[in-house]
Design a protein around this ligand. Structure first.
Ligand code: AP5
Ligand code: MG
Length: 223
């Protein structure tokens, strides 16, 4: 099978954590729209200024801008052999745009992996999330702390860990509300296409979740 994979799941479900591992396994790029927006914010670009109010409020960036950025990214050479999309699509119009973009090139998505975690578990997880602004590695104070205290423990990296500005409880709750209202319907969209695979991930460690994901990839002949 091809290797065009979409990660679905609520904020904090572990999409990024799993996407990095899948991308490593498949030697395919990990494309996170959230990471792309945060890079624009950090670099003070015009797009960064445009998206900041949405990220701060836990709201979705308008489909038109998001879709244009993704369409552009998917044209890059490194996407030819497949990719792991994380955080896109996030609305039915975005999912329809992706289907159309792929079909225009005679392609299809291969798998949509839904990491299913209940809301109660998510709030505690996100309050304890930290990330390295230098290399992007994701940590959790409770579940996967850095082996280097407040610094990143990735080889050759010594970034000082930070908390994401949208990981305040009020913003987390708004992100969850937006998820259930606007993003969750795309689970049905991919189910009807026959490519949805659900990974129950409540109270499961990141390693246990990845073991289930690997099984899916093997079964599909992707890895
Ligand atoms: P984005 O960056 O995509 O955020 P999100 O969907 O809210 O998801 P997160 O990144 O918070 O969580 P995750 O599922 O990746 O979990 P993680 O692996 O980090 O988007 C941010 C914003 O950008 C949006 O709010 C929106 O404004 C905008 N945006 C992005 N894409 C958009 C789009 N397509 N359209 C419009 N707007 C868009 O894990 C979370 C924590 O849990 C970590 O600390 C991790 O270490 C820990 N963890 C992971 N797995 C486990 C486990 N199994 N057990 C215990 N802890 C775990
Ligand atoms: Mg993420």
């Amino acid at each position: 099978m091809g290797r065009r994979i979409v990660m679905l799941g609520a904020p904090g479900a572990g999409k990024g954590t799993q996407a990095v591992r899948i991308a490593g396994r498949l030697a395919a790029p990990h494309i996170s729209t959230g990471d792309i927006f945060r890079a624009h914010l950090k670099n003070g670009t015009a797009i960064g200024r445009q998206v900041q109010p949405y990220l701060d409020a836990g709201q979705l960036v308008p489909d038109e801008l998001t879709c244009a950025i993704v369409a552009d990214r998917l044209q890059a050479d490194d996407c030819r052999g497949g990719y792991v999309l994380d955080g896109f699509p996030r609305s039915v119009p975005q999912a329809e745009m992706l289907t159309k973009l792929l079909r225009d090139h005679g392609d299809d998505l291969d798998m949509a992996i839904d990491i299913a975690v209940p809301d109660e578990e998510i709030v505690g997880r996100l309050a304890a999330r930290r990330f390295c602004p230098k290399c992007g590695k994701i940590f959790n104070l409770k579940f996967s702390p850095s082996g280097n205290g407040k610094k990143c423990d990735a080889p050759g990296c010594d970034g000082t860990l930070e908390r994401r500005s949208d990981d305040e409880e009020e913003t987390i709750r708004e992100r969850l509300r937006v998820y259930h209202e606007t993003t969750e319907p795309i689970i049905g969209y991919y189910e009807s296409q026959g490519i949805l695979r659900t990974v129950p991930a409540a109270k499961a460690s990141a390693d246990d979740v990845f073991a289930k994901v690997e099984e899916l990839l093997r079964t599909a002949g992707a890895a």
